[in-house]
Write a protein that binds this ligand. Structure first.
Ligand code: IPE
Ligand code: IPE
Ligand code: MG
Length: 251
């Protein structure tokens, strides 16, 4: 008999709006260019980008979106200058401290995905506190990908899975498409239905590789600091008329 570790957290009851995406994932790109266009340092753009997040989180229930996953910092973003990386880390710390109250008041349940090991202790602590403070909320599930890379996630998952095999907890013959995602950081989340990337780049930059196998994609020119609730709503509506076939032929 095959058995894999059980999912520990309860999923929220479904409030899916007919035809809309239940889970939207966003690659929030274009902060740097937005700042450069204004003759300002890149961190000015990151601050403007962080300010956009609240409106989009709060718009989710209006469009029937139960899960929102946002890409804040990739495992590859460490390649940027020390000034930009340090500025981003400081922004994340300030964002969490400042937004905890409003996220909680709104009823957002916040989770982080990615490898925390490389982050500083203060940030790790704040992330844990935000997750704990919002743990009983169900209005919208906000997942923040911070030091996240899809390949890194699959590698870390495989390592944990290999430990379970080595210790006899998992039969290697039972490892299948259902088993592996239980070891991913996203194990409690449904797969994204719609992935949006702002800023005109048509690539996924190592975001949710396993989970987005059948997602619909929208690559839009808007730079993230200019992204609005109205545009978000239009993309959710456009998703509603797409024909997702998952490899089958409609009869
Ligand atoms: C996205 O904006 C935010 C992060 C990657 C942290 P960028 O900083 O990549 O902005 P561009 O792509 O340089 O304009
Ligand atoms: C992807 O944007 C990562 C985030 C939005 C956090 P990047 O700007 O890092 O991606 P590339 O370098 O253009 O592929
Ligand atoms: Mg970019």
């Amino acid at each position: 008999m095959c058995s894999a570790p059980t999912i520990k957290e309860n999923m929220a009851p479904s409030q899916v709006v007919e035809g809309g995406p239940r889970h939207v994932a966003i690659i929030m790109d274009g902060n740097g260019r937005w700042a450069t266009m204004r003759g300002r340092p890149r961190l000015f753009g990151h601050r403007a980008g962080a300010k956009r997040v609240r409106e989009i989180v709060e718009a989710c229930p209006d469009f029937g979106v139960e899960y929102l996953t946002i890409f804040a910092f990739s495992t590859e973003n460490w390649k940027r200058t020390q000034v930009e990386v340090a500025g981003l880390m400081s922004l994340f710390r300030r964002y969490i401290s400042k937004e905890t109250r409003s996220l909680n008041a709104f009823g957002a349940r916040v989770r982080f995905i990615g490898d925390r090991v490389r982050l500083d202790d203060k940030l790790i602590k704040l992330m844990g506190e935000l997750e704990d403070a919002t743990a009983s909320n169900t209005r919208v599930h906000l997942t923040i990908a911070l030091n996240y890379g899809g390949r890194d996630e699959v590698a870390r998952a495989t390592q944990r899975l290999a430990h379970d095999v080595a210790s006899g907890k998992l039969d290697p013959n039972c490892v299948d498409e259902e088993t592996l995602p239980k070891y991913l950081d996203t194990y409690v989340l449904p797969d994204p239905d719609l992935v949006i990337r702002t800023s005109g780049e048509a690539r996924i930059s190592n975001f949710l590789l396993w989970q987005s196998a059948y997602a619909e994609y929208e690559f839009i020119d808007t730079l993230w600091p200019d992204f609005t609730k109205a545009e978000f709503g239009n993309l959710c509506a456009a998703y509603g008329v797409r024909d997702r076939r998952f490899g089958a032929v409609k009869t």
